[in-house]
Design a protein around this ligand. Structure first.
Ligand code: C2G
Length: 706
């Protein structure tokens, strides 16, 4: 029985390492040695390695005291391998349990065989897979090795050593290229096994912990050119290797260099380097390219940088037009970038948006209304999903993603928004962007979120790019300031004045106003009001942005037992697409999920029920009772998100699991108040200290001085 040496370089992948090693030690093929090369990790990787090696004697660990790079680590793995075959795996990826067995069974007398790589966002994605196994013959080796990846290939150790196949230790990206080039010229054909899976994880934090190919594009370019030049020299007399390298270069040019060269300053920095490498490509190859790229090559070779840059601009323009055709939105984006952004900046125009155009609410509303009341000399624009809203003042209303939306965003000096604006809205010089955000965080935010649970691999990267545009960020309390700086990596000006959206809780918390609100909302004046405002759940959705909500509060029971004294105001999170069923509960349950401003609902209510929503931090300003209906606490806290505070003893009210417990707490609300008085006071001091009804004023004075 042949032995396989599985070589795994490890560098700061503690979040993923257990999944990786689990999949290796549990392989159905048992005759393996597992070589773990710890490449100077500074996280918990070493402890995890030990945990596994203590339990499995097939594991051999090598620890490097400093980071030497993936090429060095893999070469070290080869030196220490005693198996008949070597196999390379990355420590953030994992295998299907029969992967090695399928490769060994199918390799026959060949020197190498590959399996199928599958990119996945979460571990769940590895479960929906096709299982039909098939051996596929490959004759086009250049295309097969175009991905420059050594992963998931079973290779004869004798073949590796006889041909001295080694990785580059000079570059970080493309260190596999010398190994692969040598292999390509030594092989006639190869095969791969379909449905023999290697799961390649799409990592979602290219900012704090990038995978190698998530490094900056310029670094990737320099590494590629350097290794390409070296190999072209080394293999200058070897046609097969040369053809492989030339095709690789052209592919890299089309995919990476053209994209990178959308910016003129990058062309200025790298034109010469790219030209030097382009010169090495066999001319007959680039003559087969399309006209634009062919001419770009001509200018490169003749070192005509100016003409090259102009042609490259045209290349991008044509590319964008081609992509825009057929999509109104894409045409608008092109207009935004190429025309609207070049119009003069309107110095006294402010664009406001709240909750992605869904509401007229939150801090943007209160900042706007403060400016109206003080007759400030500005033009106001509000973004809504539907125009014709009944709002104060005479702000211009524009529909989100319409032509006027792009026009006003491109030409207005100020943007005020409580959530992220789309990534495609480039920020122009002179623009001032006030990010008000929308809550004191309980649930972990962005860069504090565990990598593994977030579904969208681009989430952190996009958040980072979007938040670089924020000039000011409003913080409601000291606690949030600290979290925002870290979790958003925010380094610009933090406005530490409390929340404009909470001004109303100090200014209008009086009987007359509350009665008038109740009248407007058709709520009976002789009943007390319970507000139920839960948050959304990351794992329950129809499609991105449209979440489900499964109402666990037994409204019928609440009506039977509390209906004489109370009514219930229901308020779902703005991500929730489900309509809450209230038929049969008329006169008791009122659905205000589409109502603009939750602050007004706070004012009319006597008790708040929530779960993990930031609403309780704001509501505490009213010092009224708060109950936590946390029927899924463990799942929410431990699997979905993680919290910043200890919900079990730091929040100002009881955690309740069932509708009966909720009813009981409401029936005995005075007792609950007494029980939580001390914690409530501490909570108020910690989270509501800055709010006093003046936040809008202070924000406006800071940013919109006359
Ligand atoms: N909200 C609401 N109705 C709800 C829940 C929330 O109107 N039923 C509003 C509140 O203004 C709340 C804000 O939306 O403060 C944010 O809601 P959260 O439930 O806290 O959730 P999320 O949108 O994920 O934001 O730092 C805060 C976090 O980012 C949380």
């Amino acid at each position: 029985m042949k032995k396989v040496s599985i070589i795994i370089p490890i560098y700061n992948t503690s979040e993923f390492l257990s999944d990786c090693l689990d999949s290796v030690v549990n392989q159905t093929y048992k005759n393996i040695e597992i070589l773990l090369i710890n490449d100077g990790s500074t996280d918990q990787s070493q402890e995890i390695m030990k945990e596994f090696s203590d339990k499995d004697e097939r594991i051999h660990s090598i620890h490097l005291s400093e980071n030497k790079g993936v090429g060095y680590s893999r070469n070290l793995g080869i030196k220490n391998a005693t198996g008949d075959y070597v196999y390379f795996l990355d420590s953030d990826d994992f295998l299907s349990l029969d992967a090695i067995q399928l490769l060994v069974e199918n390799i026959g007398d060949n020197n190498m065989i590959s399996g199928q790589q599958r990119k996945i966002k979460t571990k769940e994605d590895s479960k929906n897979i096709e299982l039909e196994i098939e051996l596929v013959e490959i004759t086009n080796l250049n295309r097969h090795f175009r991905n420059c990846s050594i992963l998931h290939r079973l290779i004869s150790t004798e073949f590796v050593n006889k041909n001295h196949l080694r990785f580059s230790e000079k570059v970080e990206c493309y260190s596999e290229l010398p190994f692969i080039t040598q292999m390509v010229q030594r092989m006639e054909s190869t095969s791969y096994v379909r449905s023999c899976y290697y799961f390649k994880r799409l990592r979602n934090d290219p900012i704090s912990n990038p995978a190698i190919m998530q490094r900056e594009n310029e670094k990737i370019l320099m590494d590629f050119l350097s290794i390409f030049n070296d190999l072209k020299e080394e293999y200058k007399n070897n046609d097969r290797a040369i053809t492989y390298l030339d095709e690789l270069f052209l592919n890299f040019y089309r995919k990476n260099i053209v994209m990178l060269f959308s910016k003129r300053d990058i062309i200025n920095n790298y034109f010469n380097e790219v030209a030097i490498s382009a010169e090495k490509v066999d001319q007959s190859k680039w003559k087969r390219l399309n006209m634009v790229v062919r001419n770009e090559f001509k200018f490169l070779l003749k070192r005509k940088q100016d003409q090259f840059s102009k042609l490259m601009s045209f290349h991008h323009f044509a590319r964008n037009i081609k992509r825009a055709i057929g999509s109104k939105r894409k045409i608008y984006i092109q207009l935004y970038r190429t025309l609207f952004m070049k119009l003069p900046l309107k110095e006294r125009t402010i664009v406001f948006e709240s909750f992605l155009g869904k509401n007229y609410s939150d801090s943007p509303k209160y900042i706007y209304e403060y400016m109206l009341q003080n007759n400030m000399n500005y033009k106001y624009v509000w973004i809504f999903n539907k125009k014709g809203r009944d709002i104060q003042g005479n702000a211009k209303q524009v529909k989100r993603f319409s032509l006027s939306y792009y026009y006003y965003l491109a030409t207005s000096k100020y943007w005020v928004s409580n959530s992220r604006l789309p990534l495609h809205l480039n920020k122009r010089p002179g623009n001032i962007y006030l990010q008000t955000w929308h809550g004191t965080p309980l649930k972990k935010l962005v860069f504090d979120m565990n990598d593994i649970y977030s579904a969208n691999p681009n989430y952190k990267k996009h958040f980072y790019q979007q938040s670089r545009r924020w000039d000011y960020l409003i913080s409601p309390n000291q606690y949030s300031s600290e979290i925002f700086r870290r979790a958003f990596k925010f380094e610009k000006t933090m406005l530490e004045f409390g929340y404009p959206r909470n001004d109303i809780l100090y200014q209008k918390n009086n009987e007359a106003y509350i009665r008038s609100l109740k009248g407007k909302l058709n709520i009976p004046l002789d009943k007390k009001v319970i507000l139920y405002a839960p948050t959304w759940r990351d794992d329950e959705f129809y499609e991105p942005g449209k979440y489900k909500f499964n109402l666990k509060l037994d409204l019928q029971k609440l009506k039977e037992q509390l209906g004489n004294e109370y009514v219930v105001a229901l308020r779902m999170h703005y991500f929730i697409a489900d309509d809450i069923e209230t038929s049969g509960l008329e006169g008791f349950a009122y659905n205000f999920s589409k109502y603009d401003d939750i602050a007004e609902l706070y004012l009319i209510s006597d008790i708040l029920i929530t779960d993990y929503s930031s609403v309780f931090f704001d509501y505490a300003n009213l010092k009224r009772p708060i109950l936590f209906f946390t029927y899924d606490l463990e799942k929410y806290r431990d699997t979905l998100r993680g919290f910043y505070i200890n919900i079990e003893n730091e929040v100002p009210g009881p955690l309740l699991r069932t509708s009966d417990e909720v009813i009981d707490a409401i029936a005995n609300i005075d007792k609950v108040n007494d029980q939580y008085r001390e914690i409530y006071d501490q909570f108020y001091l910690r989270f509501c200290d800055w709010d006093n009804g003046e936040a809008s004023k202070k924000v406006v004075e800071k940013i919109f001085h006359e």
